[in-house]
Design a protein around this ligand. Structure first.
Ligand SMILES: Cc1cc2nc3c(=O)[nH]c(=O)nc-3n(C[C@H](O)[C@H](O)[C@H](O)COP(=O)(O)OP(=O)(O)OC[C@H]3O[C@@H](n4cnc5c(N)ncnc54)[C@H](O)[C@@H]3O)c2cc1C
Length: 375
């Protein structure tokens, strides 16, 4: 039951209600408020913190490794792949411009590593075509090159080849969340944590948004930014969850690398975090089992990651694991996000298909522009 004061302050008729406080929802609320400073905006988040991928990820501000981009080209064609790359690139510029000083932004560059001659050749033989297409179609400069020294200089074993770029970077995703959160509070966006949306009705003059614990909210426009958890709210879209498991070691003396690394079409990723190694991925070991909304870590994936640490990333070094966790991503067959107005009073900004750190600011900015284009 709300008091008069609580109702007066927290339960007005909102202009926009955003469901989900991951990067998509936070950036959307930010750009909506920028466009319409007088608008009443609320974010409803079921977790006490974001409870999806945004504060669970590896903190790579990445656009896609060559083998990952080329696999996308095979599936969705050059134009869609390049459009996504451009959107990711622009997203990173937004992050850097707004919060470059507060999120441990490190323009360290990235390398894709290869164990296997055949897979390397498949990527290397198309590297120049990829560079040329990026140069011609992606507004920002982004260039891959064969890197002959990085494997030896980093002390890795087993990896034979590397393709690098100097444009990707590393961030602290928790600090990015917190920077956005503080900014939104200062802009008078109301954020309700621990508030799960259970349904909504868009038929009337106002949208009625039903919550598990705070009753009904009303709004002129409801935007779902619920990524992998969109199924119950928009069942007609076929969005598949993909769990990502991550481990981080305790600090290790003598780590010589400071880049972000990917291998196996982006299924594995690692980087140096304060002389610890963060390593995540391995979903491809059990694609069916990892297609789940359950935030668990499993012995088979974590042991597999530990083996990679021991054999390939830290050969001959002793290490201890400090922490493990998981987050949930969202995928669909078309590998493209759904960021669109579905009805005048309902929109979706979901299904980031991985790499949403970079994608979310651009998609949210465009959606906010569309939603406010009529004054
Ligand atoms: C392990 C891992 C590593 C990753 N590494 C990277 C990386 O290095 N670089 C990169 O670019 N991307 C990475 N990603 C992907 C990236 O984190 C995501 O694409 C991005 O964070 C998605 O943001 P989002 O806001 O769309 O979704 P989310 O962050 O999942 O946010 C959705 C929010 O909606 C809330 N919600 C859902 N349903 C409801 C409801 N009914 N009511 C109220 N709230 C609800 C959830 O609790 C959640 O907080 C990684 C992901 C994982 C899991």
């Amino acid at each position: 039951m709300f008091s008069y004061w609580e109702k007066d302050l927290f339960m007005p008729n909102y202009d926009f209600i955003v469901v989900g406080s991951g990067f998509a929802g936070l950036w959307l609320a930010y750009f909506l408020k920028k466009k319409k400073p007088g608008a009443q905006i609320a974010i409803l988040e079921r977790g006490t913190l974001p409870q999806g991928a945004s504060t669970k990820n590896a903190g790579f501000s990445c656009f896609g490794s060559p083998s990952e981009l080329l696999a996308n080209v095979d599936k969705i064609g050059w134009q869609t792949t390049l459009d996504l790359t451009e959107n990711r690139f622009q997203g990173i510029q937004i992050i850097k411009t707004f919060f470059g000083n507060t999120i441990d932004y490190n323009p360290c560059g990235a390398s894709e590593l290869f164990f296997d001659e055949e897979k390397f050749e498949a990527a290397h033989s198309k590297m120049e075509e990829l560079n040329q297409n990026i140069a011609e179609n992606v507004k920002s400069y982004y260039h891959f090159y064969l890197d002959k020294n990085i494997i030896q200089n980093s002390g890795f074993a087993g990896f034979k080849y590397a393709i690098s770029n100097n444009q990707e970077a590393s961030i602290h995703p928790g600090k990015l969340f917190y920077s956005l959160y503080k900014t939104l509070i200062s802009m008078d966006v109301k954020i309700f944590f621990g508030t799960k949306v259970t349904g909504y009705n868009t038929e009337g003059e106002k949208v009625i948004v039903k919550t598990e614990n705070l009753g009904d909210f009303t709004t002129s426009h409801l935007s779902l930014n619920t990524n992998a958890f969109t199924g119950d709210l928009l069942p007609e879209y076929k969005i598949k969850p993909g769990r990502g498991q991550v481990l981080i070691t305790k600090p290790i003396e003598g780590l010589t690398f400071d880049r972000t690394f990917h291998f196996d079409q982006g299924f594995y990723y690692f980087k140096n975090v304060g002389n610890r190694v963060l390593l995540g991925g391995g979903r491809n070991k059990d694609l069916q089992g990892e297609s789940t909304l359950d935030f668990a870590v499993t012995e088979n994936i974590i042991n597999h990651l530990k083996d990679i640490l021991k054999d390939n990333i830290l050969p001959g070094k002793t290490f201890e694991i400090e922490d493990t966790w998981s987050g949930i991503m969202a995928f669909n067959e078309s590998k493209t996000p759904i960021s669109q107005i579905l009805k005048p009073n309902l929109s979706a900004n979901v299904c980031m298909n991985g790499m949403g750190v970079a994608l979310a600011p651009t998609l949210s900015k465009k959606l906010a522009e569309e939603l406010t284009s009529n004054g």
